[in-house]
Structure formats: C-alpha cells, structure tokens
Design a protein around this ligand. Structure first.
Ligand code: AHR
Length: 501
C-alpha cells in the first residue's frame, strides 16, 4: 500500500540547479588540511607531490564543483604571501583560532598554501573559492592575491606566480570578502562591515571583474541568518550606490541535537527539523535582498550557504572538531540538499563543512587509509541534480510529532529534469520504525525507471570507520513503473535516487 506521494508539478520549472549547490569547504583546522589533504612530500602514505593520493581520488570520483578555503575563522588570520614560494623558506605562524595537524598544535607551517590548494582543486576537478582576510588583512593584500592568482603576466605578483612555477593564471572566479565578519572575522557591526566590503571590492574590482574574457569574478559578502544584519549591510551598500559590487550574500547554518551516535528517537527526528529550517532561512535572506535591492534595476544577488552541516557536542576545538559521522547525519544532508534544489532560483552555492576529518566531512582518514562517510554517499546520489532543471514537487506524507508539537515529515524529496528530458528524484524515508512505500506521481508517459538506495538495513546510528565504509555504498532498488509515475519501497532511515525515462 502506498504510504506517501511525491507530487511532481512537471510544468512548474524552478530554475537550473547550480552545480555549486553541492560544494565543499576546507579550513586549516584539525586534520582537515594537514593530514587529511596534505601529507607532504616525505610522507610514507601514497601521495601526489604532497597531496594524500586516496583523498584526491575519493574526491575526484565525487566530482566536487567548488571548494572553499582557507577558512572559516582561519581566513581572517591568514596572510597568503606566507604560503607561496619555496616551502623551506615559508614562515611558521600561530593559528589563532584552531589547533591542527597530526600533532594537534596551534601552529601553521604554511606548507600548504595557495599553489598547493589550487593544484589540489585541479586534481579533484573543483573550482576554487578563496576567502580573503578582511579582519586582520588589507584590501591591498587581497588585491595582490587576486593578481597572483588571475593576472597572466607582469609586473609584480603575476610574475611571482610564474617564478613559483605556474605560467598560466589559476583563474579563480569565487572570492569571499571575509568570513563571519560579525564574529571571528573582526566583530564588525553590519554598517562597518559594509564599509569594509565596499573598500575591498573597490580594489578587487581593479582587475576588471573577469577571470578571462566573458567569465566574471564573483564577490561574496558576509551575511547572516539574522535579517537585521543583512538589511543594514545591504542598505549601506544601496545608499552608496555600490550594490553592484555584491554578487552573492552568504550565511552559515550548523545544526546540533543530542549526541553524534547515542541520540534518542526524539533527537533523531529533531535534527531533521533543525536542518530543514535552512529552507526558511534561505527564503528570509532572499526576501531581505529583494526588499533592499529591488529598487535597483539589474541587481541580482544570489544566496550562498558557504558553511553548513551537523556539529555534534563531541566536536570541540581542542580536538580538531572531529566527530563520528552517522547515517542520521547523511539523511539530514539529504534533507538540506532537497531544500537547496527546491530553491534553485535563489541559491547559487553551498559548501558543507568540512571536506576531510572535520565536522560533517565526506572523507575520513587515519594514518594510512582514507574512506568515504555516509554523507559522501548522499552527495554521490544527488549528483544527477547538478545542472538539471529543478521541478516543483509537494510531498504528501505523515509527520512525527515532537514534544513541543513540531511536526517532522517522514519523507523528504526533490526532483529535477535533465537535459535529456529524463526526471531524477531523490526521496528519503526518515521513518525509524519501518519501510514506506512512496509513489512519485505526475510524470507523463513513463517507460522505464532505475533506482538505487543508500543505508538499507544499516540503522540511523551506524557510523563510518575504515572497516565498514563499503557497507554504505548504494544498492539497486526495485521500482514499479506506472503510466504516470513510479513506486518505490524505501527501507527505514534510507534515501533513494530514481531515474525515470
Ligand atoms: O567550520 C568551523 C567554524 O565554524 C568556521 O571556522 C567558522 O566560520 C564557523 O563558525
């Protein structure tokens, strides 16, 4: 018996799903960069000129569209010129915010700098997204960084890049103007940060706002999920007539309910409720942008969520923000990605925190090995949405009622149509108690369908380790094809992707 229905409104096309919605974030924190990504050229583990080979190959398989670096809070404590040139000559600095590396010390060796990061991006196939230092840097430093990365030749920093062995410009499109400017990025108020943003943007714009002919540089301003911050920031830009500098406004979204692994059933469902609220937060940011900039014709500011994910109590700064990664986490990621796809018309990028070993990472490593987390599998399952056209869909499902009367839908879904005309739907069953039979309806003339499912029989509290990582891989799932839809039986705490032709 069908228990839930995903009604696809096939004629209601939302927008193209920017591939960047499936982006990642990596910071100089814990074992994310040092150990997770960078093991150095003298390492005993397999590496490609210092980059951990297994991390590179796992990420390359995932095809990440974009990778944000070097922070996070670290970005506003980072001086890029420390991290270029011969490694033996680079200075060692204090990491003011985090302990990091296998020794877990607040020390930044600068072994991994701009060229290493950009080479890593090339190796995994991701576009780089650099966060410039606003809190303790200068607009001049930021502009020189852009020159180093993007200008073909002469006279100063482009030449420096060439001396360091890279003839071609790196062509970095995405530039963040600071990070969490209201907190670790300098404790600005919104109006002062708007002044700082305009100042930085003035000098970054000196490079013509193009990476190469026809390809723009995108500047990202620091926003908040507090509407007041966004309104004030935008109003100052608007009053000065410089909203045109701002291409995207970002905010961060972390969720935490109960322990990473020993959570109650109530906490299991509440994490979905908290994660799903990101949809309302995006709507609110977009509404504020519209309110302030609508009077300015031609201004189009996208919404970026450049840090998001589960942050469990066991992840604390002294231990490099490491936490166990469970099936529950992966299912919340599925819900968040659904909220992004539903809002493909406003969300221009999102970056889960943080790529390797830290918070809701997609890859974990120990001394010698690297393996994918359950969340990695969800990102892999959602790949067909990237670049497709999001279709409106409504989900008719039961809800689990929490102690404070919050209703948590048992099924979450999102739907898109690819360039070949086929439809792709991702459907999660969050029900802890058993399978649900879900019809995806409203599709005309269905001829064939193929589905895969994640986490069949694993249980929400299962977490990834080197020894069990393969068990989280996708299995084939039976699909009943109907004239105008398909029916899937989804096991408890699972998520499926179904391709319909
Ligand atoms: O991702 C960890 C930290 O969380 C980042 O450094 C900061 O931007 C956020 O508060």
């Amino acid at each position: 018996m069908v228990t839930d229905t995903v009604h696809v409104h096939a004629a209601d096309r939302i927008d193209r799903v920017a591939p960047e919605l499936f982006g990642h974030f990596a910071e100089h924190l814990g074992r994310c960069i040092y150990d997770g990504v960078w093991v150095g050229e003298d390492a005993n583990v397999a590496h490609d000129a210092g980059l951990r080979a297994e991390t590179v190959s796992l990420l390359a398989e995932l095809d990440p569209p974009v990778l944000r670096w070097p922070g996070g809070c670290f970005a506003d404590n980072y001086h890029w010129e420390d991290g270029v040139g011969p490694r033996a000559e680079r200075p060692t600095r204090r990491n003011l915010f985090w302990t990091q590396g296998p020794e877990n010390e607040p020390i930044e060796s600068n072994e991994f700098g701009t060229d290493e990061f950009l080479r890593f991006c090339e190796a995994v196939g991701a576009e780089p997204y650099l966060a410039a230092n606003v809190g303790s840097g200068t607009p001049e430093d930021a502009a020189r960084w852009m020159e180093y990365c993007n200008v073909e030749s002469g006279p100063e920093h482009a030449e420096l890049r060439r001396e360091h062995g890279r003839e071609e410009p790196w062509g970095v499109r995405w530039w963040g103007v600071g990070n969490e400017a209201w907190g670790c990025g300098g404790n600005y108020d919104a109006a002062s940060y708007a002044q700082a943003f305009a100042r930085y943007a003035t000098f970054l714009s000196a490079f013509g706002r193009v990476v190469e002919p026809g390809r723009p540089v995108d500047l990202v301003g620091v926003g908040h999920y507090y509407p007041e911050w966004n309104r004030e920031f935008l109003e100052v830009l608007d009053d000065r007539g410089v909203t045109g500098f701002l291409d995207h406004l970002s905010f961060h979204w972390y969720h935490q309910v109960g322990d990473a692994v020993e959570f109650s059933d109530e906490e299991y469902y509440r994490l979905f409720a908290d994660a799903d609220r990101i949809g309302d937060a995006i709507d609110e940011v977009a509404a504020t942008i519209d309110l302030v900039t609508d009077a300015t014709p031609g201004e189009d500011v996208g919404v970026i969520v450049d840090e998001w994910g589960a942050w469990h109590p066991e992840a604390n700064g002294d231990d490099g923000l490491e936490q166990r990664n469970t099936v529950r986490d992966a299912l919340t990621a599925a819900g968040v990605l659904d909220r992004f796809v539903e809002r493909a018309d406003v969300v221009t990028m999102a970056n889960i925190a943080q790529t390797v070993n830290v918070l809701q990472c997609v890859v974990e490593t120990d001394a010698e090995r690297a393996w994918p987390t359950p969340t990695y599998r969800v990102f892999d399952l959602y790949r067909p949405h990237a670049g497709a056209t999001a279709l409106a869909a409504t989900v008719e499902t039961d809800a689990r009622e929490l102690d404070d009367d919050t209703d948590v839908p048992c099924v979450s879904a999102s739907v898109s149509r690819g360039d070949d005309g086929g439809v792709y739907a991702t459907v999660a069953n969050r029900d802890l108690d058993g399978p649900r039979t879900v019809r995806v309806a409203g599709l005309d003339g269905v001829e064939a369908a193929f589905a895969e499912v994640l986490f069949d029989g694993q249980g929400a509290r299962e977490h990834s380790r080197a020894a069990n990582a393969d068990a989280f891989a996708a299995d084939d799932l039976a699909v009943d094809v109907e004239r105008d839809g398909v029916v899937l039986e989804l096991p408890a705490s699972s998520v499926a992707g179904v391709t319909v032709a």
